[in-house]
Design a protein around this ligand. Structure first.
Ligand code: NAD
Length: 504
């Protein structure tokens, strides 16, 4: 997609209709009692829209619609070719409307438009398309029985799925859940994060245009303690697919135990290491990846590689190069394609990140760069990037998930120490390793307890590769890849006895 000027995206923003109503049973609806919450543009502090704050009664209505649609079989039991065609149409409509959706998401989340266009113009529709194309290529199994029986092992949709989403990648996280859930034949009730409901509400409208039967996809915006809790405790939801913080993930396990023992898939926080061994070449590409792995999306990224573990002999050279590259980052208007860093998602979140930074100073971390910005004094929630050196593993900023533009360097003496530091975390989502020695790279990768290891590049993989966490970063569930289907399917055995018509 050709990237246009800031004026172009501001013009789209001026024309956009903002609808904050819930989407239940194929139509927009207000929440019970007209309950609303405000969504704010984090770049300007202006109120963008009043968004429905769905109450328990609204969640009940959405779940009832999803259950009715699941039972009537119009989606759950329809021909695979039809399901595939509808999802391919949805992917196509997202591409057609990607500029509008990207502007909506940029306004609502503060994410730079360049990133929104990449995610919504490419990754979101590609995800829906990838799962659509899997639908008529997935086969069941036949068990190796004797001649007296035929045993079929088939996979069936789990039923009604509740998806609960974070604000940092609003439509992409939705696509990671909706792609495999809808491809499996499930009905879905999605709760977007309260800060970022708008782009998903528009996508729900497009799903009807694509031919998805009413009730298969419902969107219930609302606060965690009301709407999220109602989904977690609901007796007629069969599975919850959650992405968010580890603390809230823990709550969903409790909700399941306190209700119908629904299956819970968890994708949660991280504190990921970026390991630079002593033989790594500090190439421009490495430095760029180091900086972007920490500051991409303002560091509001579950796999942000904030803990940069660097051979002590290289620390000063490394810091010099990192600071040089960080100082080039453009902070500003999210609708300007030249912007690298937008604001934090809310002022409250910025205050949390600032609290971590202050504790870093108190604990004695050395500040190597602070990109303080005059925009921080304005009505938005801007925060410049900061680079700390000489972190030690016992410091809070080296252990806790910050979720903001903070990069910290931890010097180490050898590979054993690098591995020990990288592993000293309650999380296990992602790690990056840079070395010219493939034996060292693979040995470190094998010994790291985390779901994704990137070698000589920063990446979360692509749609074909599963993404999820070890330890307190996740459960056994995975997003992306064929592995993601497991969250939305259950296995059935059909055992058919065969009477022998022939004498042996
Ligand atoms: P969060 O846990 O605060 O919120 C996530 C969702 O849970 C939101 O929809 C929220 O409304 C809901 N929620 C909050 N309190 C709830 C409650 N009491 N009961 C039910 N639902 C509740 O997370 P966030 O701040 O939106 O997102 C940031 C977190 O998400 C970070 O920890 C980040 O690492 C994680 N994340 C993980 C991945 C991954 O793939 N592993 C991807 C993106 C973000």
């Amino acid at each position: 997609m050709t990237v246009q000027t800031a004026a172009h995206y501001h013009a789209i923003a001026g024309r956009i209709t903002l609808s904050g109503r819930a989407f239940i049973d194929g139509a927009f609806a207000a929440a019970s009692g007209g309950a609303v919450m405000e969504t704010v543009n984090p770049a300007t502090g202006e109120i963008l829209a009043a968004v429905a704050h769905c109450q328990t009664a609204d969640v009940d209505r959405a779940v009832a619609a999803a259950r009715r649609a699941f039972r009537d079989g119009s989606w759950s039991r329809c021909a695979p070719e039809r399901r595939k065609a509808v999802l391919l149409r949805l992917a196509g409509l997202i591409r057609v409307h990607s500029e509008e959706l990207a502007v909506l998401e940029s306004l609502d989340s503060g994410k730079p438009i360049r990133d929104c266009l990449k995610e919504i113009g490419t990754e979101v529709p590609d995800t829906i398309q990838w799962y659509a194309e899997l639908i008529d290529k997935s086969f069941g199994k036949v068990a190796p029985t004797g001649e007296d029986a035929l045993a079929l092992i088939t996979r069936e949709p789990i039923g009604v799925v509740g998806a609960v989403l974070p604000w940092n990648f609003p439509l992409l996280m939705a696509a990671w859940k909706l792609g495999p859930a809808l491809a499996s034949g499930c009905s879905v009730v999605v709760k977007p994060a309260e800060q970022t409901s708008l782009s998903l509400l528009r996508l729900a409208e497009l799903s009807i245009e694509a031919g998805l039967p009413a009730g298969v996809l419902n969107v219930v915006p609302g606060l965690g303690e009301t709407t999220g809790r109602a989904l977690g405790l609901h007796m007629d939801i069969d599975a919850v697919a959650f992405t968010g913080s580890t603390d809230v993930g823990r709550l969903f396990l409790r909700y399941a135990a306190d209700s119908n023992l629904k299956t819970i898939g968890l994708e949660m926080g991280g504190k990921s290491p970026f390991i630079v061994l002593d033989d790594a070449e500090l190439s421009p590409e490495l430095i760029d990846n180091a900086v972007m792995s920490a500051f991409w999306n303002g560091g509001q990224n579950c796999s942000a590689n904030m803990r940069q573990i660097v051979a002590r002999s290289r620390q000063e050279e490394y810091l010099h190069r990192i600071v040089e590259r960080t100082s080039e980052l453009v902070i500003g208007d999210p609708l300007d394609p030249r912007t690298d860093l937008g604001p934090m998602v809310t002022r409250d979140h910025r205050a949390r990140v600032q609290g971590h930074i202050e504790s870093g100073y108190r604990e004695g971390a050395r500040c190597a760069f602070t990109g303080d910005t005059p925009l921080s004094e304005g009505p938005g929630s801007f925060l410049g990037p900061i680079v700390f050196a000489d972190l030690s593993p016992d410091m809070g900023i080296a252990r806790e998930e910050i979720f903001g533009p903070v990069l910290g360097v931890l010097p180490v003496d050898d590979m054993e120490q690098a591995l020990a530091l990288a592993d000293a975390s309650e999380y296990g989502l992602h790690a990056t390793v840079y070395t010219r020695d493939i034996d060292r790279a693979l040995s470190v990768s094998r010994r790291l307890a985390c779901g994704t290891v990137a070698i000589n590049g920063f990446t979360e993989g692509d749609i074909k590769t599963p993404f999820g966490g070890y330890r307190q970063s996740g459960s056994l569930s995975r997003d992306k890849g064929t592995e993601a289907m497991a969250q939305y399917l259950q296995t059935k055995t059909t055992w058919i006895a065969i009477r022998r018509p022939f004498a042996d």
